[in-house]
Design a protein around this ligand. Structure first.
Ligand code: SF4
Ligand code: SF4
Length: 291
């Protein structure tokens, strides 16, 4: 399948993440890069500007900015030329999807269809063929897996933001190795340590962030929460939020509760959990001489 990758305001993080995909070489045998800024490609950017044929999937990377010029052409003009022809458009990463970090640094910046949580409608004609793959960067398994599913014409149900449910239906909390600590409200956490849930004091957003990070481990190895840092919610439209690594509270209760959990239910469950004292979970197990 023939791919065209157009970067706008981008740090190349998505491309670098993809290069770390453990099955990258085998995976890319199924694809041809018509143009990619870092990978061997059939065409140069100058040729892409002149006009090339055969684009099947258009990958959009980076934050869009009004008046942005790519090499010699307006990015918008370049995008529209190939968006018409492509069978699918994929927004790669949070910047291309929602605006992300770069959107905070200037006027007239947004994702392809969204400014944060708001649909802006500039490219509505292309909405139906667009898939959103947010993440900062997008998990390589998610990007490679989505492109393979499109290639094999597998059904790919999407959520309301057009994120493939296969990768984004569940939350990052799902599969986190710290769930037992979450259940008993234990946040005896030190960054990098193996114990404690980071929801109560350290700003973990895993319970309300859609993503597969704890089910499909990054490069088959790890995830943020497994390594001992909180999830920062990078797949969501309001990323980046302020006050990372800190849990904002209202009257002692986390201001933002796990997805779909009503405040009253949370208070009841938290009260019960707090009534128990689970010594095994409250001591640092790696340093404890008692075993
Ligand atoms: S550290 Fe985050 S993702 Fe893990 S159990 Fe706690 S809230 Fe959930
Ligand atoms: S753990 Fe959270 S912040 Fe980290 S990559 Fe996954 S969704 Fe993004």
């Amino acid at each position: 399948m023939r791919l065209l990758w157009l970067s706008a305001l981008a740090c190349n993080g998505n491309a670098h993440a993809l290069l770390n995909y453990p099955r990258f070489e085998e995976w890319q045998e199924d694809f041809e890069w018509l143009y990619h800024p870092l990978l061997p490609s059939t065409h140069t950017l100058a040729e892409v500007e002149e006009g090339i044929d055969g684009v099947e999937i258009l990958l959009v990377d980076g934050t869009l900015e009004e008046g942005l010029v790519k090499n010699r052409l307006a990015y918008k003009q370049l995008f529209e030329r190939y968006a018409v022809e492509a069978k699918y458009i994929v927004t790669v990463g949070t910047c291309a999807t929602f605006g992300g970090i770069f959107a905070q640094g200037g006027e007239g910046r947004s994702g392809l269809h969204f400014s944060g949580e708001r649909r802006h409608g500039f490219f509505d004609g292309f909405w139906e063929k667009t898939l959103s793959l947010p993440g900062c960067p997008v998990q390589p398994e998610v990007l490679a897996g989505t492109l393979s599913l499109l290639r094999s014409e597998e059904p790919l149900p999407l959520d309301t933001l057009h994120r493939p449910k296969y990768f984004y239906a569940h939350t990052v909390h799902d599969g986190c190795t710290r769930n037992e600590y979450f259940e008993y409200k234990i946040d005896e956490h030190r960054f990098g340590a193996l114990e404690g849930c980071m929801f109560y004091e350290h700003g973990c957003q895993g319970t309300f962030t859609h993503g597969s990070c704890n089910k499909i481990l990054w490069n088959g190895v790890h995830s943020k929460t497994r390594a001992g840092t909180p999830c920062m919610g990078c797949t969501e439209p309001d990323f980046p939020r302020e006050g990372l690594w800190h849990t904002s509270k209202r009257m002692g209760i986390p201001a933002r509760l796990p997805l779909g959990v009503p405040r009253r239910a949370y208070l009841s469950l938290a009260g019960i959990a707090k009534a128990f004292h689970i010594e095994r979970l409250e001591r640092p197990m790696m340093e404890d001489k008692r075993g």
